[in-house]
Write a protein that binds this ligand. Structure first.
Ligand SMILES: [Zn+2]
Length: 166
């Protein structure tokens, strides 16, 4: 076990800002712990900076309410998905790019097989859908990319508030 847990499982159970209703199945809890919370905890330890769960589990009924098909990895039919960021929301000034690059390098070291970067929303969607590691970039929809392209983008992103007085 890690020295310290930086996350609470409830962080994976937030829907529209509200914690989802119980009960949870043991299987879901196990998937969140093994495939998401513990890897996120390792990243958090190595990074020395808060890591935020932007989205974790999303039940099928909730996806249907949102006019989605319910086949998202976020429904945890398989190993599940997590959206991770070093910013709680995308509305805040961009954190130092060194921190973003370190965060991305740590994500690269995980067992996640699909990592999709959302530059506008500033988070990484991470799941296990593919056999081999694949990188994507998502502006409007997902496009296949590669580590270097994403790293360049992460490094090039800058504080959208730079040059403006607050
Ligand atoms: Zn996602």
């Amino acid at each position: 076990m890690p020295n310290r847990l930086h996350f609470d499982i409830s962080e994976w159970l937030v829907l529209d800002g509200t914690e989802a209703e119980l009960p949870l199945t043991a299987s879901l809890v196990q998937k969140i712990m093994q495939y998401h919370l513990l890897p996120a905890n390792e990243i958090r330890e190595a990074l020395g900076h808060p890591v935020f769960v932007r989205s974790g589990w999303r039940p099928v009924w909730w996806e249907h309410l949102k006019d989605r098909d319910g086949d998202s990895q976020h429904c945890y039919k398989s190993k599940g998905a997590t959206d991770l960021s070093i910013e709680a929301t995308s509305g805040k000034p961009y954190k130092p790019k060194d921190m973003w690059l370190k965060f991305f390098r740590l994500l690269k070291e995980t067992d996640y097989t699909r990592i999709a970067y959302y530059p506008d929303l500033r988070f990484f969607h991470c799941d296990y859908k593919t056999e081999e590691r694949k990188y994507y970039i998502s502006w409007q929809g997902w496009e296949l990319s590669d580590y270097k392209t994403l790293a360049d983008l992460v490094g090039a992103n800058k504080n959208q508030n730079e040059g403006h007085s607050m």
